[in-house]
Design a protein around this ligand. Structure first.
Ligand code: TTP
Ligand code: MG
Length: 362
């Protein structure tokens, strides 16, 4: 019960990205999933925004039923590349707060912030900071639960959606859990609900008040697990799952093929600047710098340099890029595209900052 764990979960994730990219959709029901084909479509709803949920729509609902309930909604096909990109940015932000980081799906992650925060008041400030960075840098919202165990943090993140923060202090967890319906416990679905209800167990408080041996007697292994969760005995730690990212890169195509050095330099600067925003954000260091050049006619070249040590230094990187570029500067052919790739990455574990204030000052 000494850990302070955050569970972060994006709100109506796929739909939120679509609304971000199409401000006209704001305040309208947006449904991402299969094509409804005017009510005749097959397949299901992936997700929908909170506006659409007012009509009773939800994930996994057949799209034909969704269409019946909400015929004037905006129905969109999923664009996974876009969601993956947004997810990576968000995960980078969360991971930059603590390196004890475990991503559990495309839109949720746990972090252990016991090292960053002395109190749950500190944790609240951290949660706020995450929300505002995600909104500023990715343009979507998320809800955060903060508690001494993973399962309570997860229940808490779901408690005040969207854009909520729910703090459950160790001394208050029973008070928080007791009135909640048992389906709030991850893993208790409709079927098991009925089973538990038939045995007189409706809210989590009923589990807390049942002796463990009775729970095991009635519900077996699952009964023990559920009892552990309800009694704050979920001992699972946030497993360090360093996100595997091999490289970060950016490239830009010129509007018109060019060999104007100034124009090329400006492009490199722009790309380098963008990449280093990410480097700073995600606290990444790199060792290998690669230049990519595409000439008119699609001929593409790459040139790399590996440094003796990892770095985050953007001035050094642009110098190396220009050195690597020298080989092409006398080429008569015009340039169509330039790119920079940073690889051989490590995510620095200096991310854990024991002192919250120094973290907030950046
Ligand atoms: P969830 O976090 O379950 O849902 P959500 O983010 O859309 O909404 P909430 O605010 O309640 O958290 O899932 C994350 C994404 O995963 C969701 O945006 C779409 C996708 N997904 C599916 O494609 N099918 C499904 O059945 C579910 C549950 C999610
Ligand atoms: Mg979500």
């Amino acid at each position: 019960m000494n850990q302070i764990i955050l569970h972060c979960d994006l709100d109506a994730f796929f739909a939120a990205v679509e609304v971000r990219d199409n401000p006209d959709y704001k305040d309208k029901p947006v449904i991402v999933g299969a094509d409804p084909k005017a009510g005749k479509g097959r397949g299901v709803v992936s997700t929908c925004n909170y506006e659409a949920r007012k009509y009773g729509l939800h994930s996994a609902m057949p799209i034909s039923i969704a269409y019946k309930k909400c015929p004037y909604g905006i129905y969109l096909r999923p664009d996974f590349t876009k969601y993956q990109e947004a997810s990576e940015k968000v995960m980078g932000i969360i991971n930059s707060v603590s390196s004890i980081f475990q991503q559990v799906s495309i839109d949720e992650a746990y972090i252990d912030i016991s090292e960053n925060c002395r109190t749950y008041e500190d944790a609240f400030i951290v949660a706020k900071e995450i929300q505002s960075r995600v909104l500023d840098e990715v343009g979507i919202t998320l809800s955060i639960g903060c508690a001494p165990t993973k399962s309570i943090a997860k229940i808490a993140s779901d408690f005040k959606k969207p854009n909520g923060i729910t703090i459950v202090k160790p001394e208050k967890f029973k008070e928080f859990l007791s009135p909640l319906d048992i389906t709030r416990i991850p893993g208790i679905g409709k079927k098991s609900k009925e089973y538990y209800n038939n045995q007189g167990i409706k809210v989590i408080g009923d589990i807390i008040n049942t002796p463990l041996h009775r729970m095991i007697e009635k519900f077996g292994k699952n009964g023990k697990w559920v009892w552990d969760i309800a009694n704050g005995m979920d001992k699972r730690e946030v497993k360090n799952s360093m996100r595997e990212r091999k490289s970060i890169s950016k490239e830009r195509t010129f509007f018109k093929d060019t060999n104007d050095f100034q124009e090329i330099l400006t492009k490199f600067d722009e790309i380098n600047e963008k990449l280093h925003k990410k480097v700073k954000n995600d606290n990444i260091s790199y060792k290998t710098i690669t230049l990519k050049i595409r000439l008119e006619g699609f001929l593409t070249f790459t040139r790399s340099k590996t440094l003796p040590n990892h770095t985050q230094n953007k001035e050094k990187t642009i110098k190396i890029i220009l050195e690597l570029f020298k080989e092409f500067s006398n080429d008569k052919r015009k340039i169509r595209l330039v790119g920079i790739k940073l690889s051989n990455l490590i995510s620095r574990s200096t991310i854990i900052q024991k002192d919250l204030l120094s973290y907030l000052k950046g």
